[in-house]
Design a protein around this ligand. Structure first.
Ligand SMILES: Nc1nc2c(ncn2[C@@H]2O[C@H](COP(=O)(O)OP(=O)(O)OP(=O)(O)O)[C@@H](O)[C@H]2O)c(=O)[nH]1
Ligand SMILES: [Mg+2]
Length: 452
């Protein structure tokens, strides 16, 4: 079915809606030039590749829509690899949509979301990791994310994949040679050195997975959860950060029943902050659900801000919160709130967390500084970053095939060894070059916005 679609010439508005000084309508496919000729009332020969020409633009009835710039990109030197024509018209949705209609009247079809990039991929202009970087770049949640994605767009992941594949194929070549030996003739030191090489390779893969998972929030936006027993000031903190009364605050323990989530900017990051229901023995069914949600959030958030009330003595509920924290392997900030009141809490209980004292009524800047430091620390890591679950899964599968290859290598079962290495090479190759799987492509490119 897609074969037929590729014959079509597609069109879409490439710029986002709303008021702007210019809008761009982009057409791609074998009829692009013909469509340009119809809309401009010029002959096909009037267009020189990559030359911007100023032209009047007409609709089907030949009435003037606008005057704009028309640029022709001749196949294969275009974004999609096909003939592409861009119409740059005056801004605003109205003119762009008239030009869009005119291109459809002239023989184009409205593009599906991501179809331009899909064509670029199918025509070999970009690999899959670059296509993913484009999709994410549009949605980037921080300046640092944009920087990482730009690197990926330059092909950084492609280089990583090729490098790993080469190492696997190298090991495979050894194995193919050794298959011709009798088992007892295979020199031990070759097996040992191969084993070390493969283990190193697996370590590189594992490290890349871990560091990518830890920094996932750079692309998707980090989530920060406020956790604590009732009444410590979690909702007050959310309101203070947002500078308006988003959540209900009261001195009744158990005020917040459900998680409340908002986006805010901290430094150069857009993050999600989540206010949760106070964790304690629930007094009714609804509160019980709320507490269960708080515990889920505690597990899923990237950064935990655990709040305690500095004006009260440490009680069993606080101790339970501390117990929860012990089992968590992620960034935790302990904030001792209500520091405008007399301090009663035993600070030594928090020694290992280096707690920060704040007051939501007065000064919570020290907490923001801590958060900024943590967020910035994610982006200063220089390791390669995998930017999608798809990429992470492929690396995991590759690592596990390498792991599986080691026992047969030790046992001299070289055919099994080769089999797993071939699988490993294929799995990692999927990152840049997934096999032609229609459904996968639909899912991947369907997430794009229209016109990209
Ligand atoms: N003095 C003082 N009072 C505060 C401070 N922060 C919060 N409070 C008060 O503490 C009480 C509880 O605040 P909330 O923000 O509702 O507490 P919570 O942790 O969201 O409570 P639950 O939703 O019940 O879990 C309210 O009366 C707030 O006005 C603070 O920094 N100083
Ligand atoms: Mg609350």
């Amino acid at each position: 079915m897609y074969q037929e679609m590729t014959k079509n010439t597609i069109t879409a508005t490439a710029t986002s809606g709303g008021s702007s000084s210019i809008s761009i309508v982009r057409v791609s496919g074998e009829n692009a030039l013909d469509i340009a000729s119809k809309i401009t009332n010029k002959t096909i020969d009037s267009f020189t590749p990559r030359e911007a020409i100023l032209s009047s633009l007409y609709d089907k009835e030949n009435s003037l829509i606008d005057r704009g710039i028309v640029i022709y990109f001749k196949s294969p030197n275009s974004y999609t690899g096909e003939d592409v024509v861009e119409f740059q018209c005056h801004g605003g949705d109205l003119i762009a949509s008239e030009i869009l209609s005119a291109t459809i009247e002239a023989g184009a079809r409205l593009a599906e979301p991501g179809e331009f990039t899909r064509r670029a991929f199918l025509n070999g202009k970009i690999d899959m990791s670059e296509a993913e970087a484009i999709a994410k770049l549009i949605e980037a949640k921080s300046v640092d994310a944009a920087r990482i994605l730009a690197k990926q767009l330059k092909g950084e992941v492609g280089i990583f994949v090729n490098n790993i594949r080469e190492k696997i194929l190298h090991a495979l070549a050894y194995s193919e040679v050794m298959i011709d030996y009798a088992e007892e003739d295979i020199p031990d030191d070759i097996i040992e050195s191969l084993k070390t090489k493969l283990q190193n390779l697996k370590n590189i893969l594992t490290k890349t997975i871990q560091s990518s998972e830890r920094r996932k929030g750079l692309i998707e936006g980090f989530s920060i959860a406020f956790i604590g027993k009732p009444n410590v000031g979690k909702s007050s903190l959310l309101n203070a950060l947002l500078s308006y009364d988003r959540a209900i605050v009261s001195d009744i323990a158990g005020t917040t029943r459900d998680t409340i989530e908002e986006r805010i900017r901290i430094g150069s990051h857009i993050v999600r902050v989540i206010d949760t229901a106070g964790i304690r023995e629930a007094k009714d069914k609804i509160e019980e659900i709320g507490v269960a949600r708080s515990i889920d959030t505690l597990k899923s958030a990237d950064i935990i801000v655990a709040l305690f009330d500095i004006s009260q003595e440490l009680d069993n509920e606080d101790k339970k919160i501390l117990k929860h924290l012990e089992n968590i392997d992620k960034n935790i900030i302990v904030a001792l709130n209500k520091s405008d009141l007399k301090h009663k809490i035993d600070i030594s209980a928090f020694e290992k967390y280096n707690p920060v004292k704040i007051s939501t009524k007065d000064d919570f800047e020290p907490l923001i500084e801590r958060l900024k430091d943590i967020l910035d620390s994610y982006s200063t890591e220089e390791d390669l970053m995998l930017i999608s679950q798809r990429q992470i899964d492929a690396v995991k599968e590759c690592a596990s095939e390498i792991e599986l290859s080691i026992t047969p290598l030790e046992d001299g079962e070289l055919e099994f060894f080769s089999y797993h290495l071939k699988e490993a090479a294929e799995k990692i190759g999927k990152i840049t070059n997934p096999y032609d799987n229609e459904e996968m492509l639909d899912r991947m490119f369907g997430e794009f916005c229209l016109g990209k």
